[in-house]
Design a protein around this ligand. Structure first.
Ligand code: FES
Length: 106
């Protein structure tokens, strides 16, 4: 795709320094909204859409290894996508950091 940096299946989505603490950064990957989340030194990527009622989690809170959906406060683990309630997991993406840049893959 023109104008996009790609390496294998990975696509560069943002600079590491752009990812804030405690809130997700929404980027586009493969035509979908993906939320880049910082948990201390680690970076995770989860789908923007909450599997509970298919609403955006871009205004969610990132805390203690989880993203908390702003709509009904279901919590999803950033590393596995698993939910703390009876709900399907959120889709997670592979992340790699290279030279201060965040790359995402399915
Ligand atoms: S839409 Fe996310 S918890 Fe309900």
């Amino acid at each position: 795709m023109e104008g996009k940096e790609k390496s294998g299946d990975y696509e560069r989505v943002c600079a590491l320094e752009e990812v804030p603490e405690h809130m997700p950064l929404r980027v586009k990957y493969g035509g979908r909204g993906v939320l880049i989340c910082r948990d201390g030194e680690e970076i995770f990527a989860v789908d923007e859409i909450c599997p509970h009622e298919n609403q955006s989690m871009k205004r969610g809170v990132v805390f203690n290894g989880e993203i908390i959906c702003p709509h009904h406060q279901y919590r999803f683990q950033l590393d596995s996508g698993r939910c703390n309630r009876r709900c399907a997991p959120v889709q997670i993406y592979q992340v790699k950091i290279e030279d201060g840049e965040v790359w995402v893959s399915v």
